[in-house]
Write a protein that binds this ligand. Structure first.
Ligand SMILES: *Cc1c(COP(=O)(O)O)cnc(C)c1O
Length: 384
């Protein structure tokens, strides 16, 4: 009997273990020189010209992003329904209102016309999500929106990713991009995230708020002498810093990120070739010169497929292949549906896709025989 192929597995090895051991031996367990080095390397990796700020999750990064942009009680922030709850929950942390909109049927990224239709005088910001690692061109989003509306990229799936010559995390067409290093993301620190921005004021606010609202620059303004013990609290900040042992994992993962992405791209190419002709729709793979992060490989069962999604998932499991569903749209969750009064009729694209969508395993440690196991599983699960 073949072993069960899990939906996802992190790709960490001896190099990551050695890097953590070295940090532990050095004795600096919280945020310090390793986190600073990781930030500098990450900023370079997205092309330079931005500040990168390490945080202990993408959720923390999204919260800090909205706070730095001045989102406050009563403001509206437009978010797509096709995302993880973190994208919208951070809006609530600030007492603001998520305005949930439908998505583009091809990419499942935010639908620009629905986004524009949702604008009001209270709209403070929009959060876009680069679903599966397929980058949305940010210049088009910026051009479509009034200047007063700020833009945050939820780039949890999108490292490394690129479209129209722009690497996600490098453009000033948006205000801030936020990456996730959760265990199953394209690179990991166990838990962690990174915020990038080219706006020095935003970077300064995030740096202060990610660590208790501590401002160490204040003293320097009043004195040319530095006192290591001195700090001033300028706001009730948060505890969102990334510790050095996690940053040590991140530095190794960053070096390997491109090779890991290439492996996922090969898996995506194998799926695309070998699943052709079945009663399924394959995911949008982006333009020819895009870099797709391939965090998720979503297929949709065609309406004429012999099984429905739930039966397909059961059969895949019998065929020893793990699957997942990305995502249960926000409007289908009790909290969002009831607190925002969301009606499924507002989201025809998400409703149609949700009933048919399923994600196949795509992680860099998959072997060629794992790919065989997954494609054979899809084939046998679609037998009438
Ligand atoms: C994983 C994920 C997040 C949250 O990332 P954490 O690092 O776990 O906080 C946010 N948005 C999306 C779209 C995600 O998939």
């Amino acid at each position: 009997m073949t072993d069960f192929l899990p939906y996802a597995k992190p790709d960490v090895g001896e190099a990551e273990i050695a890097a953590v051991a070295e940090v532990l031996r050095g004795g600096w367990l919280t945020t310090g020189p390793t986190a600073a080095a990781f930030e500098a390397e990450f900023a370079e990796a997205v092309g330079g010209g931005v500040e990168a700020l390490a945080v202990n999750s993408a959720t923390a990064g999204l919260h800090l992003a909205l706070e730095a942009l001045g989102v406050t009680a009563g403001d509206e922030v437009i978010v797509p329904t096709w995302t993880f709850t973190a994208t919208a929950e951070v809006v609530r942390y600030l007492g603001a209102v998520p305005v949930v909109v439908d998505v583009d049927p091809a990419t499942l990224n935010i639908d620009l016309s629905s986004m524009l239709a949702a604008l009001t005088t209270r709209t403070k910001a929009v959060i876009v999500v680069h679903i599966a690692g397929h980058a949305l061109p940010m210049a088009e989003v910026r051009e479509a929106l009034p200047d007063s509306v700020r833009i945050v990229e939820d780039a949890a799936h999108a490292f490394p990713a690129r479209t129209k010559g722009i690497t996600v995390g490098s453009t000033d067409a948006s205000d801030i991009a936020v990456f996730s290093f959760y265990a199953n993301k394209t690179m990991t620190t166990g838990e962690g995230g990174m915020v990038t921005t080219s706006d020095p004021e935003v970077a300064r606010r995030i740096r202060i708020m990610r660590l208790h609202g501590i401002d160490r620059d204040v003293f320097n303004r009043y004195s040319s002498e530095r006192a290591a013990w001195f700090y001033d609290i300028v706001a009730p900040g948060f505890k969102y810093n990334l510790p050095d042992p996690a940053a040590a994992i991140g530095r190794v993962q960053l070096e390997r990120a491109s090779a890991m992405r290439e492996r996922r791209q090969r898996i995506a190419a194998a799926y695309t070739e070998r699943l052709a002709g079945l009663p399924i729709e394959l995911p949008h793979s982006g333009a020819e010169d895009d870099v797709h992060a391939w965090h998720i490989f979503m297929i949709r069962l065609r309406p004429d497929a012999p099984v429905d999604r739930d039966e397909f998932v059961r059969r895949m499991s019998e065929a020893q292949v793990g699957t997942s569903v990305h995502f249960i749209p926000l409007h289908r969750h009790t909290y969002w549906r009831t607190s925002l009064n969301l009606d499924a009729n507002f989201f025809p694209v998400a409703e149609d896709v949700f009933s048919r969508v399923v994600s196949l395993p795509i992680f860099s440690r998959m072997t060629d025989s794992d790919i065989d196991q997954a494609t054979d599983g899809v084939r046998t699960s679609l037998v009438p």
